[in-house]
Design a protein around this ligand. Structure first.
Ligand code: SAH
Length: 215
């Protein structure tokens, strides 16, 4: 346990702070969430390393820095309503759950969905609401959201998600082909959508009605 605490502190200093992440809530969350609990036992020693790791079902837990960058870009306030598409290991949702009162997260692979749900319960993340479905459809009953984070690479921005953003709402989403994407940030203003490019990234595919085909 003590070993992981030390590795986590080093991760935050060398990978997150050193690369310019300054949001105190993000740094605090990354210092708290036990990332090693979100990977298989065999990979726990690598959980705080500077790269993504496999989580089964051909999916990955994102590199720590990208989690920090996306979270900071959302400019979260405590009472924001946030939707995550792509629960995966549950790590990103847990980071969000340290910062806001309640997190909504959707996963399309049943095994990952149910594993994350159990982990949230075991670790005491009672403010994470999980759902097993196609996240490209959003979560209509819970809209509008102040923030939407898509943690899988989309061929284009799903309109369904844009429509579920509140005025003033922010969305981060990787958009591109199956190998590389640009991390886009959208803000919904009263006049329309503003878009900025945060840089290149590489995510697994967003699969669904408004994403890639499953095959
Ligand atoms: N945020 C995750 C990253 C997981 S990788 C973490 O912290 O570990 C991306 C995840 O998105 C995968 O688990 C994949 O199954 C899921 N995914 C892909 N398309 C999806 C969709 N349409 N709806 C919900 N989840 C999706």
């Amino acid at each position: 346990m003590i070993k992981f605490d030390r590795l986590r502190k080093q991760m935050v200093q060398k990978q997150i702070e050193a690369r310019g992440i300054t949001d105190a809530n993000v740094l605090d969350a990354m210092n708290k969430v036990p990332r090693h609990m979100f990977v298989s036992e065999a990979l726990q020693d690598q959980a705080y390393s500077d790269y993504p790791l496999p989580i089964g079902e051909q999916q990955t837990i994102s590199q720590p820095y990208i989690v920090a960058e996306m979270t900071q870009a959302l400019r979260l306030a405590k009472d924001d309503r946030i939707l995550e598409i792509g629960t995966g290991s549950g790590y990103q949702a847990a980071i969000l759950a340290q910062i806001v009162f309640r997190v909504y997260t959707i996963e399309r692979i049943y095994n990952l969905y149910s594993r994350a749900r159990k982990l949230f319960d075991n670790l005491g993340y009672h403010n994470i609401v999980t759902r097993y479905s196609d996240g490209t459809m959003g979560w209509k009953d819970e809209r509008p959201f102040d923030a939407i984070i898509v943690t899988a690479g989309a061929p284009e921005i799903p309109d369904t998600l844009v429509h579920q953003l509140a005025i003033g709402g922010r969305m981060v989403i990787p958009v591109g082909d199956q190998y590389t994407q640009d991390l886009l940030k959208l803000v919904r203003t009263p006049k329309g959508i503003t878009k900025s490019n945060l840089g290149g990234c590489r995510f697994v595919k967003l699969v669904g009605e408004f994403g890639w085909d499953p095959n």
